[in-house]
Design a binder for this molecule. Sequence first.
Ligand code: GDP
Length: 195
Amino acid sequence: MAGVAWHYVLKFIITGDAAVGKSSLLVRLTDQRFLANPDPTLGVEFGSKLITIPEENKVVKLQCWDTAGTESFRSITRSYYRGAAGCLLVYDVTSRQSFINVRSWLQDVREHADPHLTCILVGNKIDLCADDAGAAAAAGGGPRRKREVSTDEGELWAKEEGLLFVEASAKSGENVEEAFECATRNILEKVRRGV
Ligand code: GDP
């Protein structure tokens, strides 16, 4: 990608409980692959990706930071949030607990990050849900788990909190780039409106 110019550089942060798939979403976005058994001690911390928003005629460089294991300490420092324009708040659709805990992640973001930060709620691991269309194919014969958080529930809570919302799978790649694009569109809209 050397020599490709971009119009904006945006910092994104990815938060949520351990094991919801934050590193996997980042790897999927930047490297188009999925690791079934990533080493948790080698959490991917940073990745960068150029995306194009055609209707704005803009190329945007996303600089994405993952909490990389610090989530268990809840010790994420202000510097992690500083300068962030976008945030992916991730839960696992097969873990109700991770959906419950996403509330405190949002609280953390609201305490530390810029008030204009764009947040998108991401329900990850939809490939695991046997009831979802195409799940069987996506799971590729791998283990299936029961969905514990419905799409409606995720969507409703996101709406109440003023968050964007998408369900995705780092494994199949479904909606991963779309999640970042959706948040980026929202950020560019704010830029245009001078917010
Ligand atoms: P993190 O701790 O939130 O960064 O989570 P990881 O990215 O390390 O993922 C935790 C586990 O969930 C790993 O075994 C991943 O392979 C798995 N995983 C992550 N995303 C998905 C997904 O979309 N579908 C499935 N089936 N597994 C996933």
